[in-house]
Design a protein around this ligand. Structure first.
Ligand code: PLP
Length: 424
């Protein structure tokens, strides 16, 4: 399925940028880009399937996929050709107009999410924007039986994005505190605790936001029992249940949506990351006509959201996932990796579903493992001091998964040694 050939590609942009070494690019980066991301680990110039190459020609097996974005890997031929031909045909129209790809994508999203009649889609450009739209939807669920609904509930450990509404839903103090006051009324309650949810939701609650698996918090799944209880509790109180599937949606867990198995119909779902196969696309799906009607004409909008190229990219991604048996591949390779991890010395816990995998090691060596992995030609991520996250392209092969599993004991040994040395 994946294409591993390292074809040399000279793009028109190369003629504009010219070529430099990785070190030169990084020095130019420090003088020209804002420091919000720290120093990037490498300068990447090219990708094919699950492989990427840096400016110095070094090859990496990409086990992070742009943080759960590159669903079909890099430079997927079908997605690339659909995007290119759409751009060469009609690149952008304002939202005074629509286009066939926008409508077809909305229809497809409603179909794969089993949305009931009256459900609708709003297109954005990112996860935080999709959640920003969902936040406004929640604010519009304002009339409770005994006055205004002002409370919005999210979970400890939640990550919903960095714009002000989404940041208010995000739990981490270090992200929130510098920007207070944030939009008010958000309460964070303990993770996966049904009693805490039951105690928190009342008739002043507008919405409950949940990630079926918390990705940024180290790949922590909510139980299906919790999701079902959340549906029952929110329905009884007239609060919206909004599922953030920005990281977990679009095949990441081997199903279209991670929440599928819980068998519930939420009031809204947000999507982004894998949806465009690498192209920036976000979406809010509202379930049922009364929820869809909460945002009326003129109450929300965007210039770029739903543009023909972005929606063509997403349509092509969904088509390729469906026609190439990708969901089955995610389930099989994901189970294989989790079994391999569980059998690895020093791995203390393995979490996640499909190809969204978190594992803990028995010491705070995860940042050093990321560096050791890069040196050995693997891209992984450490969302915590002893946690590694894998979110590779959904087309990862057995051979590629085994290559990482075989290298893992060596990466752990190297990271243990460098962490001990740094501590001296
Ligand atoms: N929601 C979840 C669950 C996420 O994981 C992320 C990003 O990591 C976001 C929202 C924000 O998405 P974006 O970075 O596209 O704004």
């Amino acid at each position: 399925m994946s294409t591993n050939e390292a074809a040399v590609v000279e793009t028109p942009a190369d003629a504009i940028t010219g070529h430099s070494s990785g070190a030169d690019w990084l020095s130019r980066y420090s003088s020209s880009l804002m420091g919000v991301f720290g120093t990037p680990q490498r300068v990447l110039v090219r990708g094919a399937g699950c492989l990427v190459w840096d400016a110095d020609g070094k090859e990496y097996l990409d086990l992070l996929g742009g943080i759960a974005v590159n669903a079909l890997g890099h430079a997927h031929p079908f997605v690339t050709s659909v995007i290119s031909s759409q751009l060469a045909t009609l690149g952008h129209v304002s939202n005074f107009f629509t286009s066939p790809t926008q409508i077809a994508l909305a229809e497809k999203l409603l179909a794969i999410s089993n949305a009931p009649t009256g459900s609708k889609v709003f297109f954005a450009n990112s996860g935080t924007e999709a959640n920003e739209a969902a936040f406004k939807l929640a604010r519009r669920n304002s009339d409770g039986p005994h006055g205004k609904r002002t409370k919005i509930i999210a979970l400890e450990g939640a990550f919903h994005g960095r714009t002000m509404g989404a940041l208010a839903l995000t739990a981490k103090e270090a992200y929130r505190t510098p920007f207070e006051p944030l939009p008010g009324g958000v309460v964070h309650i303990p993770f996966d605790d049904i009693d805490a949810l039951r105690a928190a939701v009342d008739d002043s609650t507008a919405a409950v936001f949940l990630e079926p698996i918390q990705g940024e918090a180290g790949v922590r799944p909510l139980s299906a029992e919790y999701l079902r209880a959340a549906r029952e509790i929110t329905s009884a109180a007239g609060a919206l249940l909004i599922l953030d599937e920005v990281q977990t949606g679009i095949g990441r867990t081997g199903k279209w949506l991670a929440s599928e198995d819980a068998g519930i119909v939420p009031d809204a779902i947000t999507l982004a990351k894998g949806l465009g196969g690498g192209f920036p696309v976000g979406a809010l799906i509202t379930f049922g006509s009364s929820t869809s009607a909460l945002l009326a004409a003129g109450q929300h909008g965007t210039t770029f959201g739903g543009n023909p190229v972005a929606t063509a990219a997403a349509l092509a991604t969904l088509h390729a996932i469906e026609s190439q048996g990708v969901l089955q591949n995610v389930r099989t390779i994901g189970a294989h990796i989790r079994a391999g991890l569980a059998a690895t010395d020093a791995v203390t816990e393995v979490r996640g579903e499909g190809l969204l995998i978190g594992f803990d090691v028995n010491a705070d060596i995860a940042p050093a493992m990321v560096t050791a992995a890069l040196d050995a030609g693997f891209i992984v991520n450490s969302p915590g001091p002893h946690t590694i996250r894998l979110a590779p392209p959904l087309i990862l092969t057995f051979e590629q998964a085994d290559r990482f599993l075989a290298a893992l004991p060596g990466l752990i040994a190297t990271a243990t040694a460098t962490t001990a040395k740094d501590a001296q």
